[in-house]
Write a protein that binds this ligand. Structure first.
Ligand code: NDP
Length: 459
């Protein structure tokens, strides 16, 4: 624990919402139970007129078994709920008068409400050291992200703003740093001289799972690619930072993203958008996406997206980065795959399968695998594919616990800096424009299939 152990408050705006119940509170419970948080007061605020017992029951459910651990039990015993309209300055003042020590204000609100709450905060005197914690999406375009950043930095300085990307709290995602920069064997090979292509894939054999309210407004591109998968791309392509100082580390990530653009520049060639139609997913029969409860068909929301990107640096120029994320596909596949070029030639006399070398970093299940070729058992000149694989358990903390630890420690290392959020929109903007104008038509794939025809990846 690197916080100084003095009391802090987590104020959740939007405490009755889905994110709070499903991800934020369970992550907090795990962090408290691990003894890695400061003495913490938890305040919930929302539009629902709940009494304290109702709120405490929800927190207790979300903490699960962690509620028994002493620090979690203490926070649970003292948690309070306030009914409030968080877009009103007087309500925000009332909430802030109840905080103890440094306060972290977590905006678990719809994006438009977050913006209004921030406007209202301009009229509120904030306690010293106040931090703002924001959830994606950080804007809907480079210019709206810039406008949001300007608003936020009128309230607190950039280093007090934590833009959450919980993928940066996943241990395997962070393992990219150790894998690349704590070993001699991989790093010299990572670049256009030896790498053919890089795929970053997050395909799920899950569908909407009751989250239409959020997902139908986001879609696969904004929900996964513009946010999480670009963070992974940055970790794979950045140059070695001199240290893990947040400024130095985030500069290195920003530099990699600044060099990233759409491959070839034509969204018709370098992007794909698709949505699922009725089909069998495992033992469930799914309806068409557009017939799912809570979906507005006029939005034409994609449930699967692909982008091909170029990273125009000396190291990576010429290597396609194919990013894909889809829902309701047959196989759950969550990994980054670095495919190496073939050897210049095989010595005459060696024969058999000689597929490319691949380094695969799995994000769930968490694993690392290296595919290569040897002339294994049997005929000594017959080639055999072989895989070296290491499986890891999940990290000690769930991703939301990890990112909350950064918030309480006042360490923005794992948060998305404002300029990076703008870069991520700049990268996808040609695609969102082309999709909105209908230049790239949406295609269909049956739920439970491998996805649409015409994929840029070997699925
Ligand atoms: P929800 O709609 O489930 O929750 C939002 C909450 O904010 C509701 O409880 C709502 O209360 C409350 N609220 C709205 N307006 C006000 C107001 N003026 N004053 C007080 N409370 C208000 O959204 P989510 O939890 O799904 O999402 C929250 C944020 O997290 C969004 O930015 C979303 O993009 C992001 N996010 C969500 C994910 C998820 O899995 N849910 C994943 C990644 C990001 P009421 O309903 O009573 O109005």
């Amino acid at each position: 624990m690197t916080n100084d152990g003095s009391a802090q408050t987590l104020l959740i705006l939007g405490a009755s919402g889905d994110l709070t119940a499903r991800l934020l509170l369970p992550g907090l419970g795990a962090l408290l139970a691990a003894g890695d948080a400061p003495p913490l007061t938890l305040l919930g605020a929302g539009s629902d007129d709940w009494d304290e017992a109702h709120w405490r029951g929800r927190v207790s459910d979300a903490f699960g078994d962690h509620r028994e651990a002493e620090p979690a039990a203490r926070t649970l015993g003292s948690t309070r709920y306030h009914s409030a309209d968080v877009t009103k300055a007087e309500d925000l003042r009332r909430l802030l008068s109840d905080v103890d020590g440094t306060v972290s204000i977590f905006f678990a609100l719809p994006p438009a409400v977050t913006a209004k709450a921030c406007e209202a905060l301009l009229d509120v005197e904030l306690p010293e050291g106040t931090r703002l914690v924001l959830e994606k999406p950080f804007g809907t375009s480079a210019s709206s992200a810039a406008a949001l950043n300007r608003l936020l930095t009128r309230i607190v300085p950039e280093e007090k703003i934590h833009r959450i990307d919980h993928f940066l709290g996943k241990s395997t995602v962070l393992n990219i740093l150790g894998l690349r920069f704590a070993n001699r064997i991989f790093e010299p090979l990572l670049g256009s001289e030896h790498v053919e292509s890089v795929d970053i894939v997050f395909d799920e054999n899950l569908a909407l799972e009751g989250r239409a309210g959020y997902y139908d407004k986001a879609g696969a591109l904004a929900d996964m690619i513009q946010s999480h998968l670009l963070q992974i791309l940055a970790l794979l392509t950045m140059e070695a930072p001199e240290s893990l100082d947040p400024g130095v580390f985030r500069d290195a990530k920003a530099e990699a993203l600044r060099a990233t653009r759409l491959w070839g520049g034509d969204p018709k060639e370098s992007s794909l958008r698709a949505r699922y139609t009725a089909g069998k997913l495992g033992d469930r029969q799914l309806p068409d996406y557009v017939a799912e409860e809570g979906v507005d068909p006029s939005r034409e929301t994609e449930t699967l997206a692909e982008l091909v990107l170029a990273v125009d640096t000396w190291r990576w120029a010429g290597v396609p980065f194919r990013l894909r994320s889809g829902k309701a596909v047959a196989n759950s596949r969550k990994e980054a795959v670095i495919t190496f070029k073939e050897p210049q030639r095989l010595p005459d006399g060696l024969h058999g399968p000689d597929g490319p070398n691949r380094l695969r970093i799995g994000f769930g299940p968490d694993c690392l695998a290296l595919d290569f070729t040897i002339n294994g058992p049997g005929d000594p000149f017959e080639l055999d594919p072989i895989t070296l694989k290491a499986d890891f358990g999940p990290g000690d903390l769930p991703p939301y616990g990890e990112v909350l630890r950064g918030v309480f420690d006042d360490d923005p290392l794992l948060s998305v800096r404002g300029d990076v959020a703008e870069q991520c929109w700049r990268i996808v903007e040609p695609v969102t424009k082309a999709w909105r104008s209908g230049e790239v038509p949406i295609v269909n794939y049956p739920a439970g299939s491998d996805g649409p025809e015409g994929s840029h990846l070997d699925v």
